[in-house]
Ligand binder design. Structure first.
Ligand SMILES: Cc1cc2nc3c(=O)[nH]c(=O)nc-3n(C[C@H](O)[C@H](O)[C@H](O)COP(=O)(O)OP(=O)(O)OC[C@H]3O[C@@H](n4cnc5c(N)ncnc54)[C@H](O)[C@@H]3O)c2cc1C
Length: 621
């Protein structure tokens, strides 16, 4: 044990030696391969997706290794033993004469060595042999590689994986991980493919893209406990549809991009429009996760009970880890009761006025209470009721123009900065009451044209338009690429952030839209570019926006995650000590550095995010 601790201590200062494999194999295709449709919802990946819902209580498909019959002490033992094994492997590697520990030039820890192209060929052959009973599990089909190498949601050039692996069970993942480790091959978990900061792109040396879309089953529904056990490839929208079809009045409230899956959502630490009322992935919506660690060990982070104070929260270790610490193969999620909702829209003279109105609405208790309780003691409102809202969304004038043109709702809206509210309450009367209170507040801040959706359908369509903001925004400038990104600040700082950013965008002449979950201080910008010059401007605007957010005590990303796009801001935001702690955890759990390399942890290199001057519009994914 003491040698393990020494090993960990060394690993926190050192890392394994770099071998510049880029020169050995080049699979990064900066542009030309990215012109077609992507893997998000099309092609072979989508064709392989299945939806097999088992009845409530059906345990089929649950990994035997992840059985709930293991005590938390066993879990801790597993974590510890896997850490010991991982740590010792890392120590051995780091100490090996062939390894070397630090960069001779800079003294900084260097990235780990990957296998050679020949090693990767052996790995693929071994994978094929191991899964010879089901040839569909291992694919090197060029179209499959292309689909998995690019994303419409990532403005950066893509990289091809060497092979795509489609597991059907936790055991499949374990076998794959053992082969990857043997041949030092990068492993890139891939699920709904809707992430926006380059999280799923392969490494420049290639690697095994692990497409979890085949593991998409709901395994158990516990209506009485308001929870559900599922595989990581299950999509949040499908889960909610299934619950509705089965007449179960519960839903999963985290709502990121359409098509996102539970595994990807956990791994990005996502949230969405519902966060005002329900919080984010970092709240307690994920009760436990079964994870295959880089050592090949399978752990389950916790049992299904609603609460646990048994040690620190190992589930959270994987929330936002972006696939760098393990592959999630099963998850228990919490569900919330479905309540009646409706949608209202109101226009403002500018985003500053709109965000000031949001602050007052929030301070009335919006998003906290479900029904009409007594007024908040600190409330200055004369109204006797607090105002329950599920979502408060800011959209700018350009977004409204885009929605009028491309949205699914038929109503045409004034082209002005606007707020979308989703109210939630136990009855239609309570929704009307809420609307009355909000109307009064927003009008005080210069809001005009406050309107409630006229029907459930109109409310659903309007909300769909808001959820599809990405696509409507993209349609504003034909042939353009979109750079979508998010930041988050304390709500009181939001007016300043949004106002300054919008001014910056207007001065630059870049076509852009702003949408935001302003109820929790989170806003998103979608900036369009058609050439290198515009792309350079876009990068500069985003850079200024991120620095502005951090200076306002905020974060470089409220919900999209770090990927490759935001890793350079982490030290500024979190401090070197916190980032080093994250790296120490990574080195301990994944000493070979094989899991989703190049993502999340700042490494002083920007090799996956090459910056300006390297691209032409229309040539990338
Ligand atoms: C139109 C649109 C709107 C969006 N709106 C929002 C929003 O409102 N809020 C928000 O938070 N995000 C939003 N997003 C971003 C995106 O939907 C989220 O980041 C989502 O959580 C990604 O889930 P996914 O299944 O697509 O994951 P992927 O993109 O497949 O993967 C994301 C990350 O998780 C890792 N990963 C995937 N599966 C596993 C697994 N089983 N085990 C371990 N690691 C894994 C991957 O390696 C990668 O690092 C939006 C995207 C789009 C396109």
């Amino acid at each position: 044990m003491s040698s393990f601790l020494r090993a960990c201590a060394q690993l926190s200062r050192k890392s394994v030696r770099s071998v510049h494999t880029n020169s050995l194999i080049t699979v990064c295709r900066g542009g030309l391969l990215g012109t077609g449709p992507t893997g998000a919802a099309t092609g072979a990946a989508a064709a392989r997706r299945r939806y097999l819902t088992t009845p409530s209580g059906d345990n089929a498909g649950t990994s035997p290794r992840s059985s709930t019959g293991k005590g938390s002490s066993r879990v801790l033992l597993l974590v510890l033993s896997s850490s010991i094994v991982s740590g010792l492997i890392g120590f051995k590697l780091a100490s090996s004469p062939a390894g070397g520990l630090m960069s001779a030039e800079t003294g900084a820890p260097e990235p780990p060595a990957f296998g050679t192209p020949s090693d990767f060929e052996h790995a693929i052959a071994e994978l094929r042999e191991a899964f010879s009973h089901d040839p569909d599990v291992v694919s090197t089909d060029p179209e499959d590689l292309r689909i998995h190498g690019f994303s419409d949601y990532d403005y950066r050039p893509g990289c091809l994986p060497s092979v795509v692996f489609y597991p059907n069970s936790t055991e499949d993942v374990v076998r794959m991980v053992n082969i990857a480790t043997k041949y030092k091959m990068p492993v890139i978990p891939y699920s709904g493919a809707t992430s926006l900061e380059g999280q799923i792109r392969s490494h420049t040396v290639g690697g095994i893209c692990v497409d979890m879309s085949g593991m998409d089953r709901i395994l158990e529904i516990h209506e009485e406990d308001s929870d559900l056990v599922c595989q990581p490839g299950a999509k949040w929208m499908d889960i909610n549809d299934t619950l509705k079809e089965k007449g179960i009045p519960l839903f999963f409230p985290l709502d990121p991009g359409p098509g996102a899956t539970i595994g990807g959502m956990l791994s990005t630490g996502c949230s969405g429009t519902n966060a005002v009322r329900y919080g984010t992935a970092k709240a307690e919506w994920f009760l436990n996760a079964t994870v295959v660690l880089p050592s090949g060990e399978v752990i389950k982070t916790r049992r299904r009970s609603r609460k646990s104070s048994a040690g620190f929260d190992t589930t959270k270790l994987f929330i936002g880890a972006e696939g760098t610490l393990g592959i999630v193969t099963e998850v228990t999620i919490r569900l919330a009761p479905v309540l009646p909702t409706t949608v209202a829209v109101v226009q403002f003279p500018d985003v500053r006025k709109a965000t000031e109105a949001v602050i007052e609405v929030m301070n009335q208790g919006v998003g906290i209470r479900k029904s009409s309780p007594p007024p908040h003691p600190a409330s200055t409102s004369r109204d006797p009721y607090a105002t329950p809202a599920e979502c408060v969304e800011l959209v700018d004038d350009r977004f409204m123009a885009a929605t009028n043109k491309f949205g699914v709702s038929t109503r045409k809206w004034p082209v002005k900065d606007s707020l979308f509210f989703k109210f939630q309450g136990p009855s239609a009367a309570s929704l009307k009451e809420t609307a009355k209170v909000v109307k009064r507040i927003v009008e005080k801040h210069g809001g005009t044209g406050f309107e409630l959706a006229r029907s459930e359908k109109e409310a659903a369509d309007l909300w769909q338009d808001r959820k599809n903001a990405h696509y409507a925004g993209m349609a504003l400038l034909e042939g353009a690429k979109g750079y979508g990104t998010d930041v988050c600040v304390p709500v009181s700082k939001l007016p300043e952030l949004v106002y300054e950013t919008k001014k910056d965008m207007a001065q630059s002449g870049i076509v852009s839209t702003i949408v935001g979950h302003v109820g929790d201080g989170n806003f998103h910008a979608q900036l369009l570019f058609r050439n290198d010059e515009e792309y350079k401007k876009v990068r500069e605007i985003v850079d200024r926006m991120v620095h502005r957010a951090i200076a306002l005590d905020g974060t470089c990303t409220g919900e999209h995650g770090v990927g490759v796009g935001k890793k350079k801001y982490l030290v500024e935001e979190l401090g070197a000590g916190t980032v080093e702690l994250m790296k120490t955890i990574k080195r301990t759990i994944d000493p070979l550095g094989l899991f989703n390399p190049g993502k999340l942890y700042p490494d002083g290199r920007d090799d996956n995010d090459p910056g300006t001057g390297t691209r032409s519009a229309g040539k990338q994914a």
